[in-house]
Design a protein around this ligand. Structure first.
Ligand SMILES: *[C@@H]1O[C@H](CO)[C@@H](O)[C@H](O)[C@H]1NC(C)=O
Ligand SMILES: *[C@@H]1O[C@H](CO)[C@@H](O)[C@H](O)[C@H]1NC(C)=O
Length: 831
């Protein structure tokens, strides 16, 4: 094979650019010594000393010449690959020949040098063609190819791979690529225009990071040499995540419970959704969806952890159950939803509530036992045991509580009320639920008992006794009664009334009046003890109820005596008209009873206790007056020297304070015969006219006395009949009838009746000459005065003992004097 010069030179230039001067020298020799050229082919990488070719033979030079010509190799190369064995005339390998080092990818690759001989100079060119040996496997620059492919990469996507390099040439060069078996990729090979082969992989089946996040392939590059050599590179494919998976809750529904009133922040439950994606595509955030109204704020969810907490007050009474929609969302926007059912468990947090539906107050104290006083409605918002209620009241109270309808209770009376004992009740109702701990509430009903007029007024005393002194002023208050009524208000408003009774035949109201409000009893008139000593009456107290109730009390009013009556001398009768004298015989012994002064006092008690005293006497030594009995006796023998006419003034005094008295003049004649007396008394009167007519008047007096006696008898009989009749009436009417006669009563003869009380008139004259009468008034200052100058005759009737006996017991007066109408005319008789 001939190597063309330009080729060779070009090669030399290219391959040995550094040794220019050697090349020049070599060219010089070539110019004139070139005579032959031989060519050898040897494979590369022969061992040192391996035969390249038999030069001597091929050039046709014998060994002698070679020796003599001192044949040697000249070359411009720094490395002498071949050595000439001159003695054998062969070329052997001197240095390791690496084709790839020598020529790179240039083919064919040859090595040329000259063998030079001297004497004569001969120059022979030897070209050694280096034959390629498959001594290099294809290699990849890196031993790993890393690819990152999104799992969402479309089918058909191309991914270039790094090419392998094989320095061998020709068939020994890279032949093709082989891809390890896999599911997703196929290999496609290309050749560039310059012959470089490269490979790419094409996605045939979608990747799934969730299935195979990492793929490991092998790419094998093989050459065409024999034996074949290959190089391998790992292809590490990282499948990049795509958000192709939505989050998925691990439960389609979550159930949880929470106690009501759980504090804010209380953990309830956790929801969990998983996302197969990785990275942000697999990050799930949680949230509630579709929360509306109140429940929107009750719970909160941790968006990262999915924990659900209490966020607001939970009230079982408002919501017993919450149904929440919870959503999970990854960062790629894919979502899932689930349901959380939270049941609230009841806590006994509601006390029962008591409502008084109806309550009547006040109630009458006469409502029947068992009456409904109030209706109560009790409610507890809690449920079950926490809402079961019991109602109680204080057992000491006279009430019962009964359940009627569910949650309704009736408060009933358990006794008959008595407002007067307990006027009001405070009924405290306690409602307790059955929770643990139980809660309770109370309400108090203030029940008033209204009054019924069921109590009559009660007098503070069962009987009243009051005293009033006679001669009171009309209208004076005597005493007061008082009654009490235990009822209330109008039912206890008491009016006092006098029961309509008769006192001495006239209505009690003519004696007394009562203040209907205060119960003070007033005298209507002036009382006279001498006429009426006591009043028996009944006072009624009546309340203002409807119908009214009343009660009465008996009242006794005792009239007390006052010393308002002076003693009255009954005997000797003191009249202006007549003069009476007691005759004492001169033979009278010591202690001879001359007469007896008889006086009465219509007062009673001490006021009627009389004593007699001798005030004046003609001869004090002759007479004495019995202090108690008023008897006038002689205290010494009467002598002849004693004057006929003796005049004694006796004072009758009662024992009252102040005491009252009366005086009486007793004429005593000390004489043995009537004429003596008469003459003496005629002298005494010193009236001649009377003396002339003495006899006539004596006769007249006798007649009058007789007449009076008969009249007296008639009167007494009349009185007896009257009293008998009165007692009959008294017996029938059963009423105490005290006949009353005014003090000045005197007209006895006209009626023919004489009351059993004494009745007297004092008639006196201030002037004996005038026939003019003045009547002393009873009850007024009533001292009986006998005027010593009056010389008028007096008629008297001394009641005899039998009459006195007739006028018995209730009468305090022992004498009755009856004055005739003629006496009232006070006829003056002249002696
Ligand atoms: C009832 O209660 C009222 C007010 O609390 C009180 O004034 C009254 O005295 C009480 N009555 C009874 C009978 O306890
Ligand atoms: C009170 O009055 C009643 C009837 O009016 C009568 O029966 C009773 O005796 C009276 N009592 C007195 C103490 O007067």
């Amino acid at each position: 094979m001939e190597l063309s010069r330009p080729q060779c030179e070009k090669w030399r230039l290219c391959s040995r650019p550094t040794y220019t001067w050697q090349r020049l020298l070599h060219l010089v020799f070539l110019l004139y010594t070139v005579s032959g050229q031989i060519r050898y082919s040897v494979p590369e990488e022969m061992k040192k000393g391996s035969l390249i070719g038999n030069v001597a033979q091929d050039l046709g030079i014998d060994l002698q010449r070679l020796r003599s010509g001192r044949a040697r190799i000249v070359t411009g190369e720094s490395i002498q690959y071949a050595e000439l064995k001159a003695d054998k005339g062969i070329l052997v390998v001197n240095e390791r020949i690496d084709r790839e080092q020598l020529c790179g990818d240039v083919t064919p690759c040859s090595l040329s040098f000259e063998i030079i001989l001297e004497n004569p100079i001969e120059l022979h060119r030897v070209i050694v063609e280096i034959l390629d040996v498959n001594d290099n496997a294809p290699t990849f620059k890196n031993n790993v190819i890393t690819l990152e492919i999104s799992e969402s990469a479309a089918v058909g996507s191309h991914f270039d791979l790094e090419s392998a390099f094989d320095p061998d040439v020709g068939v020994n060069n890279l032949h093709n690529y082989v891809l390890s078996t896999n599911n997703n990729f196929v290999l496609k090979q290309h050749s560039n225009a310059d012959g470089i082969k490269f490979a790419e992989i094409i996605l045939q089946k979608p990747l799934d990071r969730e299935l195979d996040p990492q793929l490991s392939l092998k790419l094998i590059a093989v050459d065409g040499g024999t034996p074949q050599r290959s190089g391998t590179v790992n292809i590490d494919i990282t499948v990049l995540d795509a958000n192709d998976n939505a989050p998925v809750f691990n439960q389609s529904m979550y159930k949880a419970t929470v106690t009501e009133n759980a504090p804010i922040g209380t953990y309830i439950t956790t929801v969990n959704a998983s996302d197969a994606d990785s990275g942000s595509n697999g990050l799930v955030t949680y949230s509630f969806s579709n929360l509306m109204g109140h429940s929107a704020n009750v719970f909160q969810i941790d968006s990262v952890s999915g924990k659900i907490y209490v966020a607001d007050n939970i009230d079982f009474e408002k919501d017993k159950k919450y149904e929440l929609r919870v959503g999970a969302k990854d960062h790629g926007g894919l979502t899932d939803a689930s349901k959380v059912i939270i049941e609230v468990t009841d806590v006994n947090d509601n006390a029962p509530v008591i409502n008084v539906m109806s309550f009547s107050s006040p109630v009458s104290e006469h409502v029947p036992v068992g009456s409904t006083i109030a209706v109560i409605y009790v409610k507890d918002s809690d449920s079950e045991k926490n809402g079961q209620i019991k109602c109680l009241i204080d057992t000491k109270l006279p009430f019962k509580i009964q359940s009627s309808l569910t949650n309704y209770y009736n408060l009933l009376s358990d006794i008959a009320f008595d407002r007067e004992t307990v006027p009001e009740y405070n009924v405290t109702i306690t409602a307790t639920d059955s929770g643990s701990p139980p809660l309770s509430s109370t309400t108090t009903l203030h029940l008033k008992i209204s009054d019924v007029n069921d109590n009559a007024p009660l007098f503070t005393k069962s009987t009243y006794v009051a005293y009033i002194t006679e001669n009171n002023t009309p209208g004076v208050s005597i005493f007061s009664v008082s009654a009490q009524d235990y009822d209330w208000n109008q039912n206890a408003r008491i009016s006092y009334l006098l029961e309509d009774t008769q006192v001495n035949g006239s209505p009690v109201s003519t004696y007394l009046s009562i203040n209907s409000d205060t119960g003070v009893v007033h005298a209507v008139r002036t009382f006279d003890y001498e006429q009426i000593k006591e009043l028996q009456l009944a006072v009624k107290a009546q309340d203002g109820g409807s119908p009214p109730l009343s009660s009465n009390v008996s009242v006794k009013i005792l009239i007390q005596d006052q010393n308002d009556n002076a003693p009255q001398v009954l005997y000797p009768v003191q009249t202006g008209g007549s003069l009476v004298a007691e005759i004492v015989p001169r033979s009278a012994e010591v202690g001879y009873l001359v007469t007896k002064v008889v006086a009465v006092d219509v007062d009673s008690g001490q006021n009627a206790w009389l004593s007699y005293k001798l005030q004046k006497a003609t001869d004090r030594a002759l007479f004495e007056v019995g202090l108690q009995n008023g008897e006038i006796r002689t205290i010494r023998q009467v002598t002849d020297k004693d004057t006929v006419k003796q005049r004694l003034t006796v004072v009758v005094e009662d024992n009252g304070h102040p005491s009252r008295s009366a005086t009486v003049i007793v004429n005593v004649a000390v004489a043995d015969s009537f004429p003596e007396v008469l003459s003496e008394f005629t002298d005494f009167t010193q009236d001649k006219e009377y003396n002339d007519n003495l006899t006539f008047f004596l006769v007249l007096a006798l007649a009058v006395v007789s007449f009076l006696f008969i009249t007296c008898l008639v009167v007494i009989i009349s009185v007896k009949i009257y009293r008998w009749r009165q007692s009959r009436i008294l017996y029938q009417s059963n009423l105490p009838v005290i006949p009353y006669y005014p003090p000045r009563y005197s007209d006895t003869l006209g009626t023919g009746t004489l009351p059993h009380v004494y009745n007297y008139e004092v008639c006196r004259t201030t002037d004996s000459r005038k026939s003019d009468c003045k009547f002393g008034r009873a009850g007024s200052q009533n001292v009986l005065i006998m005027d010593p100058s009056s010389t008028g005759t007096m008629q008297r009737i001394q009641s005899d003992k039998s009459i006195l006996d007739e006028l018995d017991s209730p009468l305090e007066v022992s004498f009755v004097y009856v004055f005739t109408t003629s006496m009232r005319r006070c006829e003056i008789m002249k002696l």
